[in-house]
Ligand binder design. Sequence first.
Ligand code: 13P
Length: 290
Amino acid sequence: MNLNTKQFFKKAEDGGYAIPQLNVSSADQMKAVAKVALELKSPFIFGTSEGEGKFLGLRQAIALAEVYEKETGIASILNADHTKSLEKVREYLDAGYNSIHIDGSLLPYEENLEITKKAVDMARKVNENISVEGELGQIGGPGSSKILTEAVEIKEENLTSPKQALEFVEATGIDRLGVSIGNMHGISNITKPKLDFERLSELHEILKEKCVLVLHGGSGIPDDDIKKAVELGIRKININTELRLAFAGALKKALEAGETTPYKFIAPAQDATQKTTQEKIEICGSKNKI
Ligand code: 13P
């Protein structure tokens, strides 16, 4: 797989658009995502959380990403989403992932800095062009990509501080920074995410020459807010819950209708995945960028 993933984010920064990260846990989802991205000529990222990667199998995920790269002619970026330990980073790099997200955001600041710097060093040793993402500030929610029935408290003290972000980026050498600006993982029935655009502008102003900004928790944020976040400097948006809901909803409907042939009950789930992917590509502004 193409190991120079940094160049995709540089192009996004120069072009003022965001690349969507679509989280996947199955070959069926990967196939659906790659098909739409090809049709829309959009760069995109396959994301696998630790659980998703384990279910897919890291080498199988790489093999599938390679197949789609060959079939579509679009370079596949496969990102290890929310990796929490250096052992896991090692596993992903050994398997051949070309993008790493090390998430030390729940650790005390100094420990986050240390683990992130070590992950950057590990990736650079494999290939200096592998893009590495760190995370600073705590994103809202319990960390799961699902419908939340409880309210989510977004505390001011958990938002990313621009001053600390600059120090963090310079000390770790990361290529991308996941920021906490009022975003949250999952979709809450009660709390609606309210992005702090002023903070985002400040972060972009300070960091635009040093790294690209990432918005986690892309599900459930109104389209206009996503578009504004892209205008203000977000260059990668992670989407999981909405893809899961689309896939599961269509699958449930097909099964409830009595369908028993896998390729017949999986096809509508893939159609629903494609529809969501298309919508996200359009609001990220990444259409026709390859
Ligand atoms: P959502 O599930 O809220 O879309 O968040 C996904 C995410 O940020 C993965 O890193």
